[in-house]
Write a protein that binds this ligand. Sequence first.
Ligand code: SAH
Length: 382
Amino acid sequence: MYPRVYLKKGKEEFLHRKHPWIFSGALKNTSEKIHNQVVYVCIEEGKIAATAYYQNNNIAAKILDFSPVFIDQTFWNKKILNALLYRQALNLINGKDNAYRLLFAEADGLPGLIIDNYNGHFVMQAHNEFVHQQKHFIHQAIKNVFQENYISFYDKSEFANNDETNPVLIDTIIKENNFSFYVNWKEGQKTGFFLDQKNNRYALMQYAKNKVVLNTFAYSGGFSIYAAAGGAKEIHSLDSSEKAIQWCNTNMQLNRFTNSHQSYVADAFEFLRNIPEHYYDIIVLDPPAFAKSMHQKHNAIQAYKRLNALALKKIKHGGYLFTFSCSGVLDKYLFYNTIAAACFECNREIKILQYLHLPPDHPIIPNFAEGEYLKGMVLYVE
Ligand code: SAH
């Protein structure tokens, strides 16, 4: 069985609140020999309260189950099946969509693990070594659960050592709301596609009719496709990555939306500084995370403010700004206040039309607020 670690007296609240992380300060002295392995978390009397994996970090234990369990193939089969059942119940796999996040870390009871399903191609990202060591169980669990709906598996973890001599599939075309998207998980960012923006892209479609749209940080053109489908008059996509812009153009072609589209490989800040005033009716700002850790928070806030002020200054009167942050360390209220500060700075009046967030395949659980990393707003700019 597994080694035991003990919570300090009075620290049982971690378990009552069902927060999946236990900080090192909440644990009694633990043998330094324990690292990257499964432990039982015990309360004073020695009763096992949870099964976790332990690392010699500030966040010392991440909970895999709030009971004593054994981490074997059956454990992984059950976790993958539960994740699938939730998504099936929500009808996320249907005639018009065939890609979704199958497993969203803590919210699906598996800290440190993400799995996206691109129409039978499963892409895994393990964010720590312990989860990565479980790769073969995870792969097998996916095969067990999906059976004939399984095609391939790709490990996109930072620890991955994908054997180049062993040919694997690296790309496919998926359907999202009946639009086609080329996805390349080997060369693409994250797992290859930003499934998290699905509903927010759909929201843009409702505003786009006859509008001139600028999609900054476009990646493979997600927002551009929906703008075109919504009847936009003109769409400009920009990204600093040449590859992203190639894929964006490919996706516009796949969906036959090339007529009114132009794309640019450019830095978004620079581009926004140089565009004419009052040309664009709609600007989409979906930058990468400006803060990945707490000590970058202040600089990130300044960067969000600068970026949004640049767009707000230039957008047409009566235009719409779609603005996002995917920095987990910035909570939604801080983000909203940062955008408000940008509005004051450039003296533009706004109305908040919609708050945007993660779609249901990226569930949010109340005991893990940290999981709510993506937030956005639709602003009407007077
Ligand atoms: N909106 C996209 C996802 C955006 S991800 C979608 O719906 O799929 C963020 C993108 O910002 C990446 O493609 C990255 O290449 C790009 N990027 C990062 N820094 C940039 C910069 N300074 N200027 C323009 N693009 C940038």
